[in-house]
Design a protein around this ligand. Structure first.
Ligand code: TYM
Length: 331
């Protein structure tokens, strides 16, 4: 059985993009794979996080994952900082990855923006830590959105160079699992930008904790163009906002884009947005309610995460100890 590992940053409230691009796939994979999911707080502090808010967001992220259907009896759910093996392997990988490789990472360029000189060193080596998250468990499948594809490829480059430099066959190749229809859910305000939990505009995204009124309002206000919906997918070319809303509708209902357009093609956006909001509310309202219920008992939530960390640690320790032995560290 392939082992799955994936992570999500507690740098805000999870969005519809996280859900459609990654989390719903995590939930499905539990039936067929040996799964580990982590809330990656080490990654989150590559940009400054208020400590109290980071703690609250970490718990809220864990509660949301449970509410979406991550089952701690079947999957290992934990917080990254609680398993020190990740940081130890990340340091080794900092010494394996080449500056030239990191210089090609598009996410660093996007996140650092124009002022690269003042980005943290952590943001630069962020993909090495992500490679460590995966290889700490010898995971071979990584369910992510399209924006993480390049990082997963880098994890393969790092594994290959480690194996080559030390003359071992220790770290396996990994494959990203990307859902094609929801690989990249876009902002509701700008169909050319990714929907993101760190976008300053709350109107740009649906948060998994939004209530029915907020969801309906954001969808009603979502940017569109004046033309009616097309009758087929080809008609969505050069219409990024329309394409995004149709993709969201298809992903949330499990229907093909062609099927959605067969039903709604030729109509204006008013009725379509209403139908979309209704579908979103019926899927997300129970998640928001369950998240609130779980957050009312933080002691239980923290206990679940501690148990997850103990299980993750038991899997990680022999693998990372062996990597350290290969490198030549005294045990
Ligand atoms: P993060 O926290 O940005 O996002 C979590 C997951 O959600 C996906 N995603 C999206 N998918 C489709 N459309 C969108 N608009 C959208 N926004 C986010 C992301 O691709 C991701 O799968 N570096 C990772 C976290 C990480 C990780 C790992 C992932 C750390 N270690 C190891 C896999 C394996 C990140 O920042 O995800």
């Amino acid at each position: 059985m392939h082992r799955v590992l994936s992570g999500i940053q507690p740098s805000g409230i999870p969005t519809l993009g996280n859900y459609l691009g990654a989390i719903r796939n995590w939930v499905a994979l539990q039936d067929t794979h040996d799964c580990l999911f982590c809330v990656v707080n080490l990654h989150a502090i590559t940009g400054f996080q208020d400590p109290a808010l980071l703690r609250a967001n970490t718990l809220e992220m864990a509660a949301t994952l449970l509410a979406c259907g991550i089952d701690p009896a079947r999957s290992v759910l934990f917080v990254q900082s609680a398993v020190s093996a990740h940081a130890r392997l990340a340091w080794i990988f900092n010494c394996i990855a080449r500056l030239g490789w990191l210089n090609r990472m598009t996410q660093f360029k996007d996140k650092a923006g124009r002022d690269r000189e003042s980005a943290s060193a952590g943001l630069y080596v962020y993909p090495n830590l992500m490679a460590a998250d995966i290889h700490t468990y010898h995971a071979t499948r990584v369910p992510v959105g399209d924006d993480q594809r390049q990082h997963v490829e880098l994890a393969n480059d790092i594994a290959e160079k480690f194996n080559h430099d030390y003359g071992v066959d220790f770290f396996p190749r990994v494959e990203p699992l990307i859902l094609p229809e929801a690989a990249r859910i876009m902002s509701l305000r700008d169909g050319t930008r990714k929907m993101s939990k760190s976008d300053p505009s709350d109107q740009s995204r649906i948060n998994l904790t939004d209530d029915a009124d907020a969801i309906a309002l954001k969808i009603r206000r979502a940017r569109t163009d004046p033309a009616p919906l097309p009758h087929d997918a080809a008609g969505l070319a050069d219409r990024p906002e329309a394409r995004n809303l149709v993709a969201i509708y298809a992903a949330i209902t499990g229907a093909e884009v062609a099927h959605v357009l067969a039903e709604h093609g030729g109509h204006g956006f008013g009725a379509f947005k209403e139908a979309l909001a209704e579908r979103l509310v019926s899927r997300l309202a129970p998640v928001a309610a369950e998240t609130r219920r779980l957050l009312a008992d933080t002691a239980h939530l923290e206990q679940t995460l501690r148990q997850g960390a103990a299980r993750a640690d038991a899997l990680a320790e022999p693998i990372v100890a062996e990597a350290e032995r290969i490198v030549g560290f005294l045990s």
